[in-house]
Design a binder for this molecule. Structure first.
Ligand code: KG4
Ligand code: ZN
Length: 352
């Protein structure tokens, strides 16, 4: 039987509202099960202001929900219940609950991170082999998670996280320092493209933090970057700097995931993990994607990325968590608890 699920995402500054269709028809992928997908990016040149973000979600949800409600049947409403800015989350939850009440359908909240980690599986169930290693790289999180299925239910083992800034957060802060708009990640990618590597100098050198451990750390890179350049630099210098920073991040992420994969190979055998999934806003970066893809090829591993518009926050990723819950493939409350665990001590993934 078919079912229509409305997903509402309002954890930070992007308002996502999407409708997906859930049915049992066999399909190559589920991109055509996305009936509607609106993402409204708020403009905050200097960064997110929580009060302003909450108000903007309020306006956006009223503006965009109407046409979906008027044109489609909705059987279930789901919303992000965290992590995120409390005002923004409140607006999304209140809107979703009131709408569901008015429509006489159920509603519940889901964890934002399940959305990023599971959307590739929901989109490409026939192509993506579970277990997979998921690198979630966003403005709020840097997580390396082993995603397994035990008794047909998803299970996470957290392998690594950041000790300080998330990678997207570091890019945004450094970008703001050199005068780029928020969020700076896409602007850094754009500026880096303008630089011809033939002219690369040694002007910018960034540290290789945490190479001997399984944690990530980005605050040292942020400090070093901020010491080496400022907003007075000319466009050519800024482009060289953005190129260097982007290459550095791509290298560090590829190196870390490769090293952890090696550890997993030793522990579980070479064929246990066949896919890497890279998700979250930073996975929209084509250079970072390319470098990780190259590293995966060297290890005989396939990669899976969500389409660019589904890497950054969106409503589809929230709706698809509910679709997997309804299909009995996940139990969100178990996954919530697994997400709260520290990087798994039993894995003993100490990297030399
Ligand atoms: O997943 P997301 O939309 O929100 C969070 O859950 O945090 O990720 C937003 C982050 C921001 O830090 C933004 O700068 C970064 O993703 N980002 C990018 C690119 N597009 C977005 N970073 C690098 N290159 C991009 N093209
Ligand atoms: Zn996110």
């Amino acid at each position: 039987m078919e079912k229509y699920i409305l997903g509402i995402e309002s954890s930070c500054d992007d308002t996502g509202i999407a409708l997906i269709k859930v049915d049992n028809e066999p399909c190559e992928n589920r991109l055509d099960k996305i009936i509607a997908n609106t993402i409204l990016k708020q403009e905050h040149p200097k960064g997110v202001i929580p009060e302003y973000a909450a108000r903007a979600h309020h306006e956006a949800l009223f503006d965009y929900a109407d046409s979906i409600i008027a044109n489609y049947k909705i059987d279930l409403v789901v919303y992000t219940n965290g992590p995120g800015l409390i005002g923004s989350l409140f607006v999304g939850a209140s809107f979703a609950k009131s709408l569901a009440y008015g429509l006489g359908v159920p509603s519940y909240g889901v964890n934002h991170l399940h959305g990023h980690i599971l959307i590739p599986y929901w989109l490409y169930p026939n192509q993506l082999a579970v277990p997979y290693l998921c690198l979630l790289v966003s403005g709020g999180h840097t997580l390396l998670v082993l995603v397994e299925k035990i008794n047909n239910k998803f299970k996470y083992i957290i392998l690594s996280t950041t000790l300080d800034d998330a990678v997207g957060e570091m890019l945004d802060k450094v970008g703001r320092h050199i005068g780029l708009e928020y969020p700076a990640g896409p602007y850094i990618e754009k500026m880096a493209k303008q630089f011809d590597p033939l002219f690369k100098t040694e002007a910018y050198t960034l540290p290789f933090a945490m190479r001997n451990r399984d944690d990530f750390s980005f605050s040292g890179i942020k400090t070093a970057a901020i010491e080496q350049i400022d907003n007075q630099a000319n466009e050519q210098k800024k482009a060289e700097f953005c190129y260097t920073l982007q290459e550095h991040v791509a290298f560090l992420l590829s190196e870390k995931i490769s090293k952890i994969q090696q550890q997993l190979n030793e522990k579980f055998g070479k064929d246990y993990i066949k896919h890497w999934v890279i998700s979250g806003g930073v996975a929209a970066n084509m250079v970072i994607r390319g470098k990780i893809e190259e590293a995966a090829k060297n290890m005989n591993i396939a990669t899976c990325f969500p389409p660019i518009n589904l890497c950054t926050d969106n409503g589809v990723m929230i709706a698809c968590v509910a679709a997997l819950e309804e299909a009995g493939e996940i139990q969100s409350h178990n996954l919530d608890e697994q997400l709260r665990r520290k990087p798994d001590a039993q894995m003993k993934l100490t990297i030399d």
